[in-house]
Design a protein around this ligand. Structure first.
Ligand SMILES: [Zn+2]
Length: 379
């Protein structure tokens, strides 16, 4: 029986609770932690389980680009959960990214994981998808390094969690990677081979991130305007999920890069239950910036000027709005103090907006009632 301290529960428990249901659990990247209260408030009222997460780039021992260390992030999420008295959530390390897999990088990754465990994280995503071997002669060879590094880190987490349950997400196929023909999509046999190999190593993830056509952040047209679209390849996503199910691998799909996908399309067309975790990041940052624009115009102007000045030189030919849009996340750390000390009415607006938008996400993900399903597992 869980004590009611409103602390995070294991990600694995959430996945167990929704097993076999046509539901997607939202995972919110709360780069500006102020959004957490509105998300938790909506989660509580709709009885929706939720993950709160930040990626390694967003949050590391030096604070990433959000200015938050794992400890800071954990404290802010716990405070918000307690303030809203919401209990069914996991604290997730999104994209623990490994880019080269050399000894130095593995060592620094273990230090990050140590800090995440110390901070009370209950779920982890190892992303070694960059270690794809393009010279591999078969699927197994292509994935060998990813399998090796993912296994080593997963076992490291397991040993250091000291018997406590935790959520585990792994990644095959780098999200958003393109070749001459367009997006490179994960094939069903790749996903199956990858998970089977992990099982052989004693590693049992509940959720798998695949490359299925989505991109992180916004999508732009050729004029640099933000566009809405359903970019994920649904037949491919279903095929991967089916292959995993047919092989009894007991793993669902994590959908990354949902910002920019209209919620009515998610509601009607996403294969809920095949996809069991849906990551929403940039969207929440947009909510805060949209509020700041009106409520804190001087701060917003400073953020805008800083971002454009810093990133215009590296982006010749792009229009200011796209440069700002793509790089304003780097201003979060620079303006950390100001962003976290806005006026009361600004906070109220952010709360109301994140609350309302969360309702729409939870509805489109069909996650209403999922928290009670998870509570049954806890009891
Ligand atoms: Zn992602």
């Amino acid at each position: 029986m869980k004590q009611n301290d409103y602390g995070p529960i294991p990600g694995s428990t959430i996945f167990r609770g929704i097993s076999g249901r046509k539901t997607i659990i939202m995972a919110a990247n709360t780069r500006i932690a102020t959004v957490a209260r509105g998300i938790f408030k909506a989660a509580k009222e709709t009885d929706s389980a939720v993950f709160m997460e930040l990626a390694r780039s967003e949050c590391d021992l030096k604070g990433g680009y959000t200015g938050l260390t794992p400890k800071d992030f954990s404290e802010k999420m716990r405070e918000a959960a307690e303030a809203t008295r919401f209990d069914i959530w996991a604290l997730h390390a999104d994209h623990i990214t490994i880019k080269t897999g050399d000894a130095k990088e593995i060592e620094s990754t273990k230090q990050l994981i140590d800090a995440q465990i110390m901070a009370g994280y209950t779920s982890f995503a190892i992303d070694a998808s960059h270690l794809f071997n393009f010279e591999g002669k078969n699927v197994r060879q292509e994935l060998d390094k990813n399998i090796l590094v993912t296994s080593e880190l997963a076992i490291y987490i397991k040993n250091n969690m000291k018997g406590k349950d935790f959520g585990l997400e792994v990644e095959v196929g780098e999200i958003g990677r393109k070749d001459g023909q367009g997006m490179i999509l994960t094939k069903p046999e790749e996903a199956v081979e990858f998970i089977k190999a992990l099982h052989d190593n004693g590693v049992y993830p509940q959720v798998l991130a695949i490359a299925n056509g989505s991109t992180h952040g916004h999508v732009y047209d050729e004029k640099g305007n933000v566009i809405e679209q359903l970019s994920i390849d649904i037949p491919r996503t279903k095929a991967v999920a089916k292959a995993l199910r047919d092989n009894k691998l007991n793993v669902g799909i994590a959908q990354h890069g949902i910002t920019g996908t209209p919620r009515d399309l998610i509601n009607q067309h996403f294969p809920k239950g095949d996809i069991i975790k849906g990551n929403v990041g940039t969207f929440w940052q947009d909510v805060v910036f949209n509020a700041l624009k009106v409520y804190e115009p001087a701060l917003y102007k400073n953020i805008q000027e800083w971002t454009l000045e810093k990133y215009r030189p590296a982006n010749p030919g792009k229009k200011d709005s796209q440069i700002f849009d793509g790089n304003c996340k780097f201003a979060i750390k620079e303006f950390f103090k100001e962003i976290y000390s806005v006026e009361e009415d600004t906070e109220q607006a952010i709360l109301a907006m994140t609350y309302a938008e969360s309702l729409v996400f939870f509805k489109s993900f069909s996650s209403y009632g999922s928290a009670s399903l998870v509570r049954k597992v806890l009891e």
